[in-house]
Write a protein that binds this ligand. Sequence first.
Ligand code: KG4
Ligand code: ZN
Length: 367
Amino acid sequence: MTPSPPPRVGRLALPSASRHRRGVAIILGLESSCDETAAALVTGERVILSHKLAGQEAAHRPFGGVVPEIAARAHVEVLVPLVEAALEEAGLRLADVDAVAATAGPGLIGGVMVGLVTGKALAFAAGKPLIAINHLEGHALSARLADPTLAFPYMLLLVSGGHCQILRVEGPGRYRRLATTIDDAAGEAFDKTAKLLGLGFPGGPAVERAAREGDPAAVKLPRPLVGSGEPHFSFAGLKSAVLRARDAGIYRGEDIAASFQQAVVDCLIDRTRRALAAQGDVSALVVAGGVAANGTIRRALEGLATGFGLRFVAPPGWLCTDNAAMIAWVGAERLAAGMVDGLDAVARPRWPLDPEAEKARGAGVKA
Ligand code: KG4
Ligand code: ZN
């Protein structure tokens, strides 16, 4: 477990008393829903005062994927020290914080409970409100932390390890899900492909690196649901095709990686184009979630947005993968809207952003 250097976007150079006089809210954000533990302090004016993150890659690597019990134990060990380090770096005490925002789901329930219970204890101790954050809303609004000019409504492609959705984002707590995956998530497909090709864990960045050395047209792979009348995504067939290509024994790993990545790009572009054609009244096309760190995917989406005459907004890479700054930022947006929670907030393994969304076909659909 190695804490990474804090990505710093900015710092308020004012002593805390004047900060309060100016009425700028300071939010402590906690994230622990998967295999990253993180704490951050962010202001309502989008200043990231501090950000601390500890990944668990080394602990999970021998198993080729995230082991929930190992993850939960690691969160217990490092979350409070990360909060202390974040406060110290910002030169603040817990009493200076205006609200505590903790991820309350969806995710691996052991880790979610660690973060939420810690958030409740800190909020109670400081006598400040708790805000129970939907991790997906963290990704969804991360672009507004990165870009102050991004206005609602916008079209969001949310691509992470557990989710692949297109959402119309109308405001905090206001989402219309237009598409989801009927089987695997995009990040899951990257991770499984990396495993099949022996590229290691985590898979997304490894596949992207290998793909740079390969030919995206070398291996013929399917584009599931491309051109389909239904709006959704599917990646399970692509994964099986990668397995067959590998077992054929005639292709270089780099060529399979590049061809796989190109197939994912084609699927994401086709489905997002369909959504944009049906819902034109948006201010921008936004991509978020871990897979949004992928350069080839970002460039393709930027081209798509330009074709529709839309702005394209993608948060910096570190803000796309799991972090606590995006959780604190949702806390800031919700606090400003008066949307706070009680200490009875529950941890939720599943928590759709749009509870009204119709069920998509498919057994493995994730909320
Ligand atoms: O948002 P995230 O950090 O965690 C979840 O909420 O799931 O997303 C993690 C996912 C993993 O599947 C990882 O392989 C993928 O994002 N990912 C990438 C890249 N970086 C991370 N996929 C493709 N290219 C990347 N550069
Ligand atoms: Zn995430």
